[in-house]
Design a protein around this ligand. Structure first.
Ligand SMILES: Cc1ncc(C[n+]2csc(CCOP(=O)(O)OP(=O)(O)O)c2C)c(N)n1
Length: 343
């Protein structure tokens, strides 16, 4: 059984099966975490909106698996899985969603803006697209400091039509920065279908205008995402300049839990559910000789225990006291005191 939050094993030889089981585990954990959060939201236990990424697990898993320590990630609102796969304790993440003192921002914010800079996760802001220039800034830092790291910026196809995205990609292209742009194209930006917000078929085509490569892949096929991201990330890490990956996918839930998504037909949802990334990977594992029923049972049990532990931890955690709202807001000043501080 793979480690819950240890480093990802390499992909060669005998380690391959362990690695694939690890990937399966991550997808199961992310799906179960998301589904539990949706239930908790209905029980009024989550503070703020819930933007489920159920159905999109293969993208986060496939893109994050080849990342290394020191890499920088800016997730979008639907990417809770990034936190789990980068090793944030599920309890701390759950506490963040419940705005408890043990959460990442010690109860100051919802899950939407959560970040963990120690693990290289930038807390996104509400303005869609504004995190891409930040990721590009991180990539510029890697360049200046000659660090062999990459920045990864997740964004939706709706976000791709924002001005900040253009500026970020243009700057990254001009300076050939080590950044991977990952578009999670789930066909809807809130209720707006893709054909109503862009006049081309593939977001990936836009990369050419910034002077770098754009690739498309099925975001519901973990092996396809992984194969592409492994190659791309290695190239970007080795100084090849930015790359755009567009993953075609679908979100099972509405835009947020308060959106019944009546703008989609039942048939369309059904069609995409039949391409479920987890079931697809199970089929693959079975074909490779795994006793999938046994593996599934084992993982379900383990994932359930982890999530129940996270919920218990968050529920038992205390709410922050009022005055704590003023803590951790500003960085501790560094350098010599300014004249006014000298008395
Ligand atoms: C600049 C800006 N415009 C609009 C919104 C409201 N809004 C939040 S999420 C969202 C949909 C985003 O769609 P997409 O980028 O495709 O990502 P998805 O939610 O589909 O994963 C919208 C319109 C916002 N937060 N910021």
């Amino acid at each position: 059984m793979p480690e819950a939050h240890g480093p990802l094993p390499s992909t060669d030889g005998a380690a391959r099966i362990e690695f694939e089981l690890q990937l399966y585990y991550w997808m199961k954990l992310i799906r179960a975490f998301e589904e539990r959060v949706s239930r908790l939201h209905r029980q009024n236990k989550i503070l703020g909106g819930v933007y489920s990424g159920a159905g999109q697990e293969a993208i986060i898993t496939g893109v994050c698996a080849p990342l290394q320590e020191g890499d920088f990630i800016s997730p979008l609102h639907r990417d809770l899985g990034v936190f789990l796969i980068r090793g944030v304790e599920p309890g701390a993440l759950m506490a963040q969603l419940m705005a408890k003192e043990t959460g990442l921002s010690r109860g100051k914010d919802s899950g939407l803006h959560a970040g963990d800079l120690e693990r290289g996760i930038f807390g996104s802001t509400s303005m869609l697209g504004s995190s891409l220039p930040v990721a590009v800034g991180a990539a510029l830092k890697f360049r200046v400091k000659q660090q062999r790291n990459v920045a990864v910026a997740f964004f939706g196809e709706g976000t791709s039509s924002r001005g900040d995205v253009h500026e970020a990609m243009n700057f990254a292209g001009v300076h050939k920065l080590p950044v991977v742009f990952v578009c999670e194209n789930n066909r809807y930006a809130y209720s707006t279908p893709i054909e109503k917000q862009m006049a081309i078929e593939d977001v990936a085509d836009r990369a050419q205008a910034y002077g770098f490569r754009g690739h498309t892949c099925s975001g519901n096929d973990l092996l396809e995402v992984l194969d592409l991201s492994e190659r791309v990330i290695e190239k970007v890490r080795s100084g090849g300049g930015p790359v755009l990956i567009e993953c075609k996918t679908y979100r099972y839930h509405g835009h947020s839990e308060h959106d019944p998504a009546l703008y989609r037909t039942k048939d369309e949802v059904l069609e995409w559910e039949s391409r479920d990334p987890i079931q697809r990977f199970e089929f693959y594992l079975e074909k490779k000789g795994q006793d999938i029923r046994h593996v599934r049972e084992q993982f379900d049990e383990r994932v359930h225990a982890i999530i129940q532990g996270a919920v218990d931890f968050a529920e038992q955690s205390r709410w922050p006291e009022g005055p704590e709202a003023l803590e951790d807001l500003y960085a501790t000043p560094v350098g010599p005191p300014v004249a006014s501080q000298l008395g």
